[in-house]
Every structure is written in C-alpha cells, then in structure tokens.
Design a protein around this ligand. Structure first.
Ligand code: FAD
Length: 430
C-alpha cells in the first residue's frame, strides 16, 4: 500500500513526488517511457545531446524549492544576458530598460503599453475573451510591435497573439518569473529530471520506468489502486491516492468517464486547447550569432526564438560544433495545420535571418502537437487540479495557474496538489 502513486515522470509528476517523499510519504512514480522528463527530456543524435522539448529551466522559484526539498543541486548554467531581442539585425537587451526601452525605439505608444503592464501588476486586467492581438491593437498598429508580441506569445506559450488571452499574457509578464532567470543543463534537460528522480529515490521513493498505467481503479468514488504493465506483465498496486501527470483527458480514459460525471467531462472537452510548436535542432561549424542565451525575433514567418546551447554548455556537442535549437509556432497553434508547409516557413526564416544556416547539420525537426504538444493546454485554458474523485488530482501543464507556463508552472501545480494530497491523508488519519 503506497501513500501516493504518481502516473508519469514529467516535470509535474516528479515535482509532486518530490514533495510527497520530502513529507515522509511512501511514494511510487510510474513512467511508461524509458526515461524521465516527459516533454522536457533529451536524446542523443550522432553524438549531440538534443533536447526533446524544454531547454530553459527557470530559476528563483518553486522548481528550485522542489530540488532543495530532495536535497539535490540544480545543475544548470545561466546565460548572461538571458534573453535578447533580435530585430532587423539589431540586438536589444531588455534587461537594460524593460518594456519602455524595448518598444521605445519602435512605437510612440511605448509608454502607454508599458503603463498597462504596471496596471496588470495592480490587478487591472482586460476581459478574459480579449486576445493579446486585439488588446495590442487598442494601442498600436505598428507591425514590428505586433510581430514582437506574437513571437513572445509563441516563445513562452506556444500560441499566436490572436489565440492567447491578453489577460494571461499580462499576468505572466507582470507577475510571474517570465524567464528572467534560467539555465541550461550541461547534460541536456533530461539531467535535471534525473537529479530530481535521484533525490526522490534518496528519500525512499521509487521511480519505475517502462511501466505504463493501464487502469486507475475507483470504488465508491475513491481511487483504490492502479493496474500497471511492465515487461509484458500486469500488476495491481494499492494506493491511498493517485496524482496523475498524464493529462486530464488520458486520466479520464484510465479511470473511465462514468466516474467523473458529465459536467466534468464536458468542461474538460470544452476547456483544453493543446498548443503546438515545431522544434528545429541543428549544428554549425561557424557560430551564427555571438549570444549566450535566447534570442526572440521581430518580424518572422513562424520562427519565434532560438538559442545556442553550446555557448554555455559546450559538452552537449562534439568538439568544433555550435549546437542550436530554434522554435517555431504554426498558424494556428491551437487546431489543425499543415506540418510540411509550417516547417518550410520556419526553415525559410532561419535561412533569411542567418545566411550560415544553409550549411547547418540538421539534427532533428519535431512537431509537438495533439497528445504530445508544447503545452497540454494553452495558458488561460486550464482545468482545475482537483477532480470529482476525492483522492485523484492532476498535475502538469493542463492544470496550471491562470497565466502561467512551462516546467515552472508544472512545479507550481505540483506544490498545490501535494498540499491537497497531504491534507487528504491527514484527514484519513494517515
Ligand atoms: C518544444 C518545447 C519547448 C519547450 N520549452 C520550454 C522551456 O524552455 N522551458 C520550460 O520551462 N518549458 C518549456 N516547454 C514546456 C514544458 O516542456 C512542458 O510544459 C512540461 O515539460 C510538461 O510537463 P508535464 O508535467 O505536464 O508532463 P509531461 O512532460 O507530459 O510528462 C507526462 C509523463 O507521463 C507519462 N505518461 C503518460 N501516460 C502514462 C501512463 N498511462 N502510464 C505511465 N506514464 C504515463 C508520459 O510518458 C510522460 O513522461 C517546452 C515544451 C516544448 C514541447
């Protein structure tokens, strides 16, 4: 009998397990794949360590707090400057003057827009249904400003400006970490989750790979345990509660719709909006641009941001190579799109921005969408972490706080869920 079984070893699942073991609970994490990290993991291609999804691990908040709970260091290297804008061949460092400086050279409305960020900090926000694009149109028609905001929406939220609620955009940039500080792991992003898993095991928890949950059993409105499959064998594991990192839709499948009630299932179907992106990993012999962190672009077709990981972590690539990741967000990012056409538009952007890209060694191009997306639900369209089943919760990027994003948001969701799970166990007298 476990106190908690966690389905999935993604950012949210591991962070929830870390908090539960740190509180002295008996915990098992079961992961269907052969590695931890989920959509924030890494693979090796031709001697290059290539990230599957996330690269930038945000510092200074709940993720770091979680690592310290399991007494593990955060093995990332911070680039400085962390983020710059690359507009018409010019590099602009926003840390040197914020929104005012960034927009000041482009539009006369810069001060008005900057004021709106200050208003958001005071809680003055637009209506939920207004998109970032519509909101911005109220202040400027300037195409470069619109391109910049589109690429910010794309880089952080994997959505276009006409898809992301302005309220989510403003909450994120005005009140959250907003990737002001982050680092890259020299072992690939997989490294940070391997460390978290090790921390969980050091504290007596179990992390089982290649173990897929086939069914979550519910009796009289409570989870009693799970059937898992490993090496072709099915086994029942009894647990006092389950935390699912598999996403609300798959969690419903694992339990069976009837246990949730029509209202929850309808809410889930109408709320969740998976957001897609395209990840282009490549390497060059000559450095394309002399910058250590992430570059957000101005006017592009689809590419939103890019970074050279070997600037801070040369061990990711064989000697003599510069390794890059570029992200593109399709149109639409929420809904169906033509993959081939969207990839071509992204490659065209890279050729245009960096003539040296034509000689690049391509490592991988991945389209993250549908059941393996960039964000399981676009920011502003999240489900609650609680479910109609008293001892079953969801963690991860479909149940984020409003206006949050990325692995940090997953760690935040894990903190809330772990607190609810602890309260449940205490109520049961355990
Ligand atoms: C291309 C890309 C770039 C990104 N860049 C960044 C970035 O730089 N920084 C950042 O912070 N975020 C970034 N993100 C977002 C971030 O990667 C995700 O938000 C985050 O990794 C999602 O984590 P999660 O906890 O929701 O779970 P997931 O990563 O979805 O993990 C869920 C896990 O559950 C497992 N699972 C599912 N079903 C079962 C089952 N039945 N049995 C057992 N296991 C199961 C899956 O195999 C998976 O490992 C990026 C995402 C993408 C795709």
């Amino acid at each position: 009998m476990y106190d908690a079984v966690v389905v999935g070893a993604g950012a949210g699942g591991l962070a929830a397990a870390a908090r539960m073991v740190a509180a002295g609970r008996k915990v098992m994490v079961v992961e269907a794949r052969d590695r931890v990290g989920g959509r924030a993991s890494s693979e090796v291609i031709d001697g290059f360590t290539v990230n599957i999804g996330a690269i930038a691990i945000e510092l200074g908040s709940i993720f770091e707090e979680t690592m310290s709970l399991v007494e593990m260091p955060v093995d990332v290297r911070e680039p400085s400057p962390a983020t710059v804008f690359y507009i018409d061949g010019k590099v602009i460092n926003p840390q040197k003057g914020g929104w005012g400086l960034l927009l000041g050279g482009i539009t006369k409305s810069a001060a008005k827009i900057a004021t709106k960020f200050a208003d958001a900090r005071k809680g003055e926000l637009p209506e939920e249904h207004i998109s970032t694009k519509e909101w911005l149109e109220g202040y400027t028609k300037n195409e470069t400003v619109h391109a910049l905001f589109r690429n910010l929406c794309a880089a952080i939220f994997a959505a276009n400006a006409d898809e992301l609620p302005a309220r989510a955009f403003l909450i994120y940039f005005a009140t959250k970490g907003a990737f002001k500080r982050f680092g890259f792991c020299p072992r690939g992003t997989l490294g940070v989750w391997q460390d978290m898993a090790k921390g969980i095991e050091n504290k007596g928890g179990e992390v089982r790979l290649n173990t897929a949950v086939k069914k979550i059993h519910v009796e009289e409105g409570r989870v009693t345990g799970l059937t898992v499959e490993s090496a072709g064998k099915e086994v029942f594991i009894a647990s006092r509660l389950v935390i699912s990192n598999a996403g609300p839709a798959h969690t419903v499948e694992l339990v069976g719709e009837t246990h949730f009630g029509a209202a929850y299932v309808d809410q889930m179907r109408s709320t969740l909006k998976p957001a897609a992106n395209i990840v282009i990993n490549f390497a060059t012999r000559e450095r394309l641009i002399d910058l250590p962190g992430l570059i957000t672009f101005g006017k592009t077709r689809r590419i939103c941001n890019m970074g050279e990981l070997t600037y801070t972590c040369p061990e990711l690539a064989p000697a003599g190579w510069h390794q890059y990741v570029a992200y593109a967000v399709p149109r639409p990012a929420i809904g169906d799109f033509d993959e081939e056409q969207e990839i071509e538009l992204a490659l065209e952007d890279l050729r245009e921005q960096f003539p040296g890209f034509r000689d690049a060694k391509m490592l991988s191009i991945r389209v993250m969408r549908d059941n393996w997306p960039a964000q399981r639900s676009c920011s502003g369209y999240d489900m609650p972490q609680t479910t109609p089943i008293a001892n079953l919760w969801n963690v991860g990027d479909a149940v984020k706080d409003y206006g949050d994003g990325g692995t940090q948001a997953c760690a935040v969701s894990a903190k809330s869920v772990a607190a609810l799970a602890q309260a449940y166990l205490a109520e049961q007298g355990v």
